[in-house]
Design a protein around this ligand. Structure first.
Ligand SMILES: [Zn+2]
Length: 61
């Protein structure tokens, strides 16, 4: 069992707790790791979107 910092109230909460006992927001396990992965996926999607838009513009010209 590890203690993590609540993203909402910044208090120490067990990472095995379903929600913060202080403010009641849901605590996701491995929050930091998942957030990092989501950020990488979002950047990847953005690049793909930009490439598709660029191809669309070039084919219209
Ligand atoms: Zn909290």
């Amino acid at each position: 069992m590890a203690m993590i910092q609540c993203p909402e109230c910044k208090k120490q909460v067990s990472n095995e707790a379903d929600k913060c006992p202080n403010c009641g927001i849901p605590i996701k396990r491995g929050l930091l790791g998942k957030a990092g992965t989501e950020r990488v996926i979002n950047v990847g999607c953005l690049v793909i979107l930009l490439v598709l838009v660029a191809i669309g513009i070039l084919t219209c010209l």
